[in-house]
Ligand binder design. Structure first.
Ligand code: 3HC
Length: 688
């Protein structure tokens, strides 16, 4: 078997190279090989110091996440780290790429750390619903103090080498070649007396923290909104408190206990599912291996409204020039102004420099004529949702765009195949469905038309990553994956409203489940006039618009709003609900109880997901979860609707849906795939 860690002695320094592609995850096999090499180096009288360095693109990026939830294999992190930390010879970690999680914790158990200039370090476990479980919560506060440690560990952010040096998390930066500089550092340490300082022995920072016992409660309080619903942050606060209040070994034991609790929790299982699901979404199994994605060097965007502007910003941020086209100078100026204001606001918050604002703005070439798109590699149409308008644009584009240019529509529910049919090159037409605000939301639905060519799909999937999006491939259907999936939640919220369930109750249950806001709060935020403009029958929303209650922007929509935009129930809305219900002949039968409300709101989403999967609109169940999480802010710690359904158990969902079907009709009839999986004792995660 290939050894994952190999040693070579150079001038009295044992250089142990770890090589476990792609990211040197600290798997049991790597731990075993590393331990053997470290022990060999300790036992070798000719070795005066040890350097740990990684091959490939990065230092260890953490524990091997695939091993969580399985029986632990020896050696444990603790056993390995003990040998390293207690080694009688100095051990130097040489960091490049991203030294994360258990990888950075390993570095902290070494006596010294040297980092390449471009290296980053961090403890991102919180994003997996975990806390650092290999001493990170105990060692980091001993270096930077509890306050900074809390910030670093609860944010999970990656820290640049220069900041890590300033914080004392690394001892020096390599000047040129990391390996050579690490060797020189090790030799110098030997020449200076071969000291083996252990972070665990450092007391200065945490002694100071003992004087401020309130800092933990204050930190939790100040971040309550950010942490809401998540279990890991309070575990982190608890573990860092243990670092300050308990001796090292006891603090470590507390950290282990808290880690074990989290790793076994449904939240962490959900967040680990999301980690792999995001990466899996990029894979298109049917894509022939020889297909080369088309490269994109320039983009045209048609429409400088909110959507077109947001889409444009994604490309500017990635350094890709954009030709932005509008029909009137006024609309163009408005769009450009909005983009500039957005960047200037970011600059004000210190997220970019004034120069960077100008560099991005300089990448835009505004224009009023589609002819300006003759030479771009990709055109994205982002105009009003009208088949007539869109087919007209595509017909014109077909004549203007150069052969080999990709023509994309940002349509959110229209039939892409009809749009493609307006051209003589449907194989070059694709859907690129962004979610609003398009410069922020990470989901990009790549819509595969019936004629779309493989190189065009391959290009879109690759481009998504370049502009910081997660692409999910969708077939053509009304609403594609995310909008179609979530539509039933809105239908049920409105049905329950007419049956007399208070809208504040419906929204509260969704917020308690983990959504940032409820259905009606969301409608009010977007604007009832915007959402309801195509309505064909009488609705509460239509009546609210008729009464001038357009949503938050008017201080009144479904709710009344005060100056701080805090919602409160509105007697006007209540009256309108009663009137519309009476006109439709709906009798009062409010739904009560959180479980019943959630089942009514979210089981239809699960059901729609089953249909989307069964029809082959989505490639896999986890893509549907990603679409819900990244497109609709489905709480990440629930893992998405289908992962959540698996956790509840499909037989239970089928049984409850049948009961709902008996009461409310066939909308609740469980989808055939849901029934099949439940009968076979399987979950969505088991469906190949
Ligand atoms: N374990 C297992 N597999 C991992 C992994 C890990 N820690 N980190 C990355 N991978 C896999 C990915 O799944 C992906 O596999 P694939 O090619 O089959 O899809 C492959 O490595 C490459 O990863 P990315 O596509 O993400 O590559 P990038 O270059 O974009 O990013 C990275 C590299 C920044 C290292 C990113 O992969 C990452 O953030 N990894 C996770 C880091 C992390 O969370 N570490 C903490 C783990 S928990 C822990 O350490 C517990 C400890 O405290 C005890």
């Amino acid at each position: 078997m290939t050894r994952l860690a190999t040693g070579a002695v150079i001038d009295g320094v044992a250089v142990i190279t770890l090589d476990n592609p792609p990211v040197n995850a600290l798997s049991a096999a790597l731990r075993a090989d590393l331990l053997a090499e470290v022990e060999r180096a300790i036992g070798d009288a000719g070795v005066r110091a040890i350097v740990l360095i990684c091959a490939g693109r990065t230092f260890i990026a953490g524990a091997d996440i695939t091993e969580f939830g399985k029986a632990p294999q020896p050696p444990s992190f603790a056993d390995l780290f003990d040998v390293i930390e207690n080694a009688p010879k100095p051990v130097v970690a040489a960091l490049h790429g991203t030294a994360l999680g258990g990888g950075f914790e390993l570095a902290l158990a070494c006596h010294y750390r040297i980092a390449a200039q471009g290296a980053k370090v961090g403890l991102p476990e919180v994003h997996l619903g975990l806390l650092p479980g290999a001493g990170g919560t105990q060692r980091v506060p001993r270096v930077v103090g509890a306050q900074a440690a809390l910030e670093i560990i609860t944010s999970g952010r990656q820290i640049r080498a220069s900041e890590a040096l300033a914080l004392g998390l690394v001892d020096r930066l390599a000047e040129a070649d990391l390996r050579e500089d690490a060797l020189a550092f090790a030799r110098q340490i030997v020449a200076d007396g071969a000291r083996c300082p252990r972070i665990r022995d450092r007391e200065d920072r945490i002694a100071a923290d003992r004087a401020s016992p309130d800092l933990f409660a204050d930190f939790a309080k100040a971040n309550a909104r950010r942490f809401k619903g998540f279990a890991a942050p309070s575990g982190i606060v608890e573990a860092v408190r243990a670092a300050v209040t308990l001796p090292f070994e006891e603090g470590l034991a507390r950290e282990t206990a808290l880690f074990d609790e989290l790793v076994a929790s449904p939240q962490s299982a959900a967040q680990r599912h999301v980690f792999f699901a995001e990466r899996e979404a990029a894979r298109v199994p049917a894509l022939p291996a020889e297909v080369q994605p088309i490269e994109i060097g320039s983009v045209g965007v048609i429409g400088a409204g909110t959507m077109g502007g947001g889409i444009t910003m994604n490309f500017l941020n990635a350094g890709i020039p954009v030709r932005l086209i509008e029909t009137t100078q006024e609309a163009l100026d408005r769009g450009l102004g909005a983009i500039r204001r957005n960047y200037e606001a970011a600059a004000k918050k210190g997220r970019m420099s004034a120069d960077q604002v100008e560099q991005r703005m300089a990448l835009i070439t505004p224009g009023l004529d589609l002819a300006a798109l003759a030479e771009v590699d990709l055109v994205i149409e982002a105009v009003y949702e009208s088949m007539e308008v869109k087919t007209d644009i595509f017909c014109k584009l077909d004549r203007i765009a150069r052969p080999g240019a990709i023509l994309a529509s940002n349509t959110s529910f229209l039939d892409l195949n009809r749009i493609a049919a307006a051209t003589n090159r449907p194989e070059w037409v694709i859907g690129l469905h962004f979610f609003s605000p398009a410069n922020i939301m990470r989901l990009l639905e790549v819509v595969n038309g019936s004629a779309t060519a493989w190189p065009v799909i391959a290009c879109a999937m690759k481009l998504a990553k370049r502009i910081g999006k997660v692409a999910v491939l969708s077939g053509v259907c009304d609403g594609f994956i995310a909008n179609r999936l979530l539509a039933p939640r809105g239908v049920q919220a409105e049905a329950m409203m007419l049956e007399g369930t208070p809208i504040a109750e419906i929204d509260r249950v969704l917020v308690d489940y983990g959504f940032a806001m409820g259905h009606f709060q969301m409608m009010d935020l977007v604007g009832l006039d915007v959402i309801g403009r195509d309505a064909t029958e009488r609705s509460v929303m239509g009546d609210l618009v008729g009464a001038g209650r357009l949503g938050q922007k008017r201080g009144a929509g479904y709710y009344d709003y005060d100056e701080q935009r805090r919602p409160s129930p509105s007697p006007v809305t209540l009256g309108l609900i009663g009137e519309v219900a009476a006109a439709k002949g709906i009798a009062a039968s409010p739904t009560t109880g959180d479980d019943a409300l959630l089942a009514r709101l979210l089981y239809p989403v699960v059901n729609e997901g089953a249909r989307i999967l069964d029809e082959g609109i989505a490639l896999r169940a986890s893509d549907i979860d990603i679409a819900a999480i990244l497109g609709y802010n489905w709480p990440v710690y629930r893992g998405g609707p289908l992962f959540w359904a698996d956790q509840i158990g499909l037989p239970r969902i089928v049984a409850e849906m049948r009961a709902l079907e008996a009461e409310h009709g066939e909308t609740f009839a469980p989808a055939p795939l849901l029934v099949r999986l439940a009968e076979q004792g399987l979950g969505f995660g088991d469906k190949a």
